[in-house]
Design a protein around this ligand. Structure first.
Ligand code: C5P
Length: 388
């Protein structure tokens, strides 16, 4: 447990206690600044181990490589803007950041800072970099901050931090060794070399699913349409594709080898019959494009599944949601269907949150509340694990 210089450091006494009580061995590593907020003596008493601060302590050299390899998980809580920035850029001028660079285990950060520091583009891009390096950021709380200002930036409560790690390690087992194929994102159907037909999908939900499946121990291949977003976990194999036809070919080659397929991509249903070889020049009057059907990837592959294979489909409906969803579930032979409704505020394209209803092949139905897409992804993973 890395502790950095933020007023929220006072909560780590409780945090250490919760982890120890849950049966964890806790090695506390503090930055020098954090010792102004909480005494190392308090934390060494609670963790029943000496607390390390310096690379060279009174007990001698603290081997950051050994510490980094020893841990099953590293949690930096509170994670100050300064330490997040160091981690994002690979600086290692103290024991905590050197441990981070040596850690091979999953790393979690629970940021804590004032709302303007939290909103600053530098912090935003540091968190994105960390996500790209596989670091998991726990959500911050909103409310009164130490400065007296109100807003986001409070460290997650110790109980929530423990809950998060608990869920991570129990989910880790759920799909261990399962091979999962996921499609996500939009597809682009070329009109000519510069234009395409596409849709508003960003792939956020499917990418969150790929990450959640990976965290649950699955081997994940993500066939991803054109989007700048990428999974946080480097363990997810990404196969970038552009058109529905390319996505179909990538999936056809992999479907029979997977245990679970999750079709969350927003695949174009129609594509221009032929892409013009040169940019189409504008002229007076209308242009008519002839559109032909693209392959229905899920509709073709799902009925080919063998016993033991499980297929999850998505439906995005704007009317008669339930009836259309059930029809799709049966027609495309899905085992589980995730219904998104565009009617819900905060749900759908590009949002960080989503509200979905899960249907299974027996007709059971479960409506989930509006949640962060990562939490929705975890709920879908649990449903998949239960179904398998
Ligand atoms: O028929 P509809 O497009 O609404 O079906 C949605 C489901 O089918 C989603 O799981 C989507 O990923 C999948 N699909 C597909 N290939 C298509 C169209 C949809 O895999 N061409």
């Amino acid at each position: 447990m890395g502790i950095t210089g933020s007023i929220a450091a006072y909560k780590t006494a409780h945090l250490v206690r919760l982890f120890v009580r849950a049966g964890a061995e806790v090695q506390v590593v503090m930055t020098r600044a954090s010792t102004d907020f909480i005494s190392p003596l308090t934390l060494s008493t609670l963790s029943k181990r000496p607390v390390f601060t310096e690379l060279q302590g009174s007990e001698g050299w603290h081997n950051h490589v050994e510490l980094g390899l020893w841990a099953d998980a590293m949690i930096v809580a509170p994670a100050s803007a300064n330490t997040l920035s160091k981690m994002a850029h690979g600086l290692c001028d103290n024991l905590l950041s050197a441990c981070y660079l040596s850690a091979r285990c999953p790393v979690f950060v629970a940021p804590a800072m004032d709302l303007d520091m939290w909103a600053h583009p530098a912090t935003r891009s540091n968190l994105e970099r960390l996500a790209a390096h596989g670091v998991r950021t726990l959500p911050v709380g909103e409310g009164e901050l130490a400065s007296g200002l109100h807003g986001p930036g409070r460290m997650a409560e110790p109980e929530d931090i423990l809950g998060h790690l608990d869920a991570f390690f129990s989910e880790k087992q759920l799909l261990r060794g399962k091979k999962v194929l996921v499609t996500a994102g939009p597809t682009h159907e070329a009109i000519d070399p510069v234009r395409f037909i596409g849709n508003h999908s960003t792939g956020k939900m499917g990418i969150a699913l790929a990450d959640a499946l990976c965290a649950a121990g699955a081997e994940v291949t993500l066939v991803l349409g054109p989007t700048p977003l990428r999974p946080a976990s480097a363990a997810v194999e990404v196969v970038p594709v552009r058109s529905a036809q390319e996505m179909f070919e990538a999936c056809s080659a992999r479907f029979s080898g997977c245990d679970i397929a999750v079709f969350s991509a927003a695949v174009a249903d129609y594509a221009p019959r032929e892409a013009a070889p040169e940019k189409i020049k504008k002229h007076e009057g209308a242009v008519v494009l002839e559109l032909v059907r693209t392959p229905d990837i899920a509709g073709t592959l799902s009925p080919q599944k063998k016993p033991g294979q499980l297929v999850v489909g998505f439906a995005l409906e704007t009317e008669n949601e339930r009836a259309n969803a059930l029809d799709k579930l049966h027609r495309k032979k899905f085992d589980l269907l995730v219904l998104n409704s565009l009617r819900d505020e905060g749900a759908g394209f590009g949002h960080d949150t989503n509200r979905v209803t899960l249907f299974d092949a027996r007709g059971d139905e479960k409506a989930l509340p509006l949640m962060d897409k990562r939490a929705v992804a975890q709920a879908i993973v649990r449903a998949v694990a239960a179904a398998i």
